[in-house]
Each structure stands twice: as C-alpha cells, then as structure tokens.
Design a protein around this ligand. Sequence first.
Ligand code: B16
Ligand code: MG
Length: 222
Amino acid sequence: MNSQHIEAVVFDLDGVITDTAHYHYLAWKQLADELGIPFDESFNENLKGVSRVDSLKLILAHGNQSDAYTDSEIEDLASQKNEFYKQLIQQLTPEDILPGIKELIEEIRSESIPVGLASVSKNAKTVLHALEIEHLFDYCADAAKIKQSKPDPEIFLTECEALGADPKHSIGVEDAKVGVQSIQASSMFAVGVGSYLDQADLMVNDTTELSWKQIKRAYLHQ
Ligand code: B16
Ligand code: MG
C-alpha cells in the first residue's frame, strides 16, 4: 500500500485529450499512398507517440524504401505530411475534446494538483488553442526541445521537474505503447487509454472510463 500523495498528473495529447491520432493516421496514409507504401491502422499503431521524422523512417522501412531518399528529401516528405496534418486540424473545435477529459482535468486541478502536457507533437500548442484548453495546463513541454523521443523518459521527467513534482509521486496518462514505456521509465504511475497497453499500471478502454476516483485508488494500491 502506497500512502503517498499525488504531486502531478501529466497527460499525453494525441489520442488522450483529442483524437488527433486519427488525423496523424490520415495524413501519413495520404503520404504513404503517394509513395506506393502499404499503410493501414494496424501499422499506424507503431507510430503513435513517435516523432515526425522517426515515424517517416518507420514507414519507409515498412515499404523497403529506407535507402531511397536523402536526409533532405526525408525532411521534405515529413513537411509534406505536416501540411496534410495542419489542414486536417484546422477543423478542430472544443467539441473535439474526448469525452470526460476536460472534467477529469478540472477535478484534478480542484485538488490543487498541477497538470502537465507531454506531447512530442510540434503542433501541440495549435491543437490546445483550437480546443480552448490551454489554461488547464500548468506546463506544456516544448517538443522542439525534447532530444529523445518516447519511450525515453525525457519528456515526462522534464514535465515533473517543471511542475516541481517527484516522478515517483506522479501519474502519466498515455494512449501509445512507447508513451506508457516512457512514463514507467520515469518511475511514474502509468494510466493507459486504449488497446495494446497491457503493461500500464491501470488500463481503460477509452476516456469515458477514466475516473479520478479510480485512478487515485489504483495509484494508492499499486
Ligand atoms: P508532429 P503525442 C505525437 O503526439 C503523435 O502521437 C505522433 O503520431 C506524431 O508523429 C508526433 O506527436 C509528432 O507530431 O508531427 O505534429 O510534430 O502522442 O506525443 O501527443
Ligand atoms: Mg498519444
């Protein structure tokens, strides 16, 4: 029984706060189709939480095209995907916040527990702005300054440090396998939202199942 209090809760963005994971999928699919590389939702699971250029390299390897492009061409292809993605997220509104998430964050904040955002997306600020929830986060990591992608713990450790929280007394919420690994490598308690996350300390099928009471209970009984 762990009787420690909770010092911070850190959320991933894509796939946890809003379903931009689907927009990333659509944008990669458009690029993969142009490159003649087979691409489906199942392969897309490997890209969740992975940075833009690293995702592209995984797609090229999947299509046996790893050596087909120079570094500068890879940058251009990654920018092309980002343009598709930026067009898609133009339609985001506060209605696109996943069910229960805003209420959950407000409940955590009402207990004076700081809340952070650990997204490796360079579009995270634009997305938060479109959802009109920037004010709910005490700190948002700057993806451009994070050197090691998830599953490395860097982004979650950066969050805890900025929030003045001990990672051992903090909780992370993720939808990606590498994200759950990043939380656990930081010694935080991992809540996994969605499929393929069996290694999370607490797993739910979707955001409607996230309850602050249940998260606290699971954290205290870990
Ligand atoms: P961008 P997260 C991640 O965001 C996405 O899961 C991943 O699919 C994407 O490639 C990555 O951000 C980079 O995004 O191209 O917008 O910089 O899950 O960490 O919130
Ligand atoms: Mg995610």
